[in-house]
Design a protein around this ligand. Sequence first.
Ligand SMILES: [Zn+2]
Length: 258
Amino acid sequence: MGPMLSVGTLALSLTLAAGERAPLVVVDPGHGGTRPGATGVGELLEKALALEISLQLRSALERAGARVVLTRGKDVRLGLDERVAFANRHRPDLFISVHANSMPTRKQRERTEGIETFFLSANASYEEARRTAARENDDAPAAGGGKADDTLSFILADLQRTEAHVDSSRAAYAVHQRLVAATGAVDRGVQQAPFYVLMGVEAPAILVEVGFVSNPEEGKRLSDPAYQQLLAGAIADGAKAFLDQVRARDGREKVARP
Ligand SMILES: [Zn+2]
């Protein structure tokens, strides 16, 4: 444990009133099993990195007083629909999917690095965000003709109206700011894209791309356990800030509408 490691966990402690239930966070390590996700420099695989960061994220969140369940705690394949169903069974206060990014060509691999945080939107913020979503949607069940599309547009239309959507964007900004501040990584911003895994979750939901495993420098950093812990701590800090914000707001609403 280096001195960096305390940064993310320093101020963590959720403010709970007496008898109040600790908030629940579902943490979702991307890919797994026969689906390695992005492949990076050296032996670095997205599925292993996502799991490592997720396990540390669980510890950090638990230290902060939250309850945490993981969609997968080991190297197993899990469909995106299974992740969504699992999350909804637990009725979480926040859903966080952990991923890492990569670029296809050598030139792009050398050039592209940085962190981006996504929340669900029917439209991608820009072409690259759309491509990232398309790649991460790889494990989604095959669409059954027009039916899936109809279901999808219904879910998306409904989402736009719900508070969960606004809260997802709040959670994304809270987490993203802390990630960039803690790591000094290239800031690729908060993005919106149609990620399958975020669509069906009936809770504020975000997807973090912690960096590009394909970039020589960032890939090396991402392989470092101390850096992984820094990332996990920063995500936990952002989640905690978001959960506190929601709690304060809902508390005020209860007072305002007795
Ligand atoms: Zn991924």
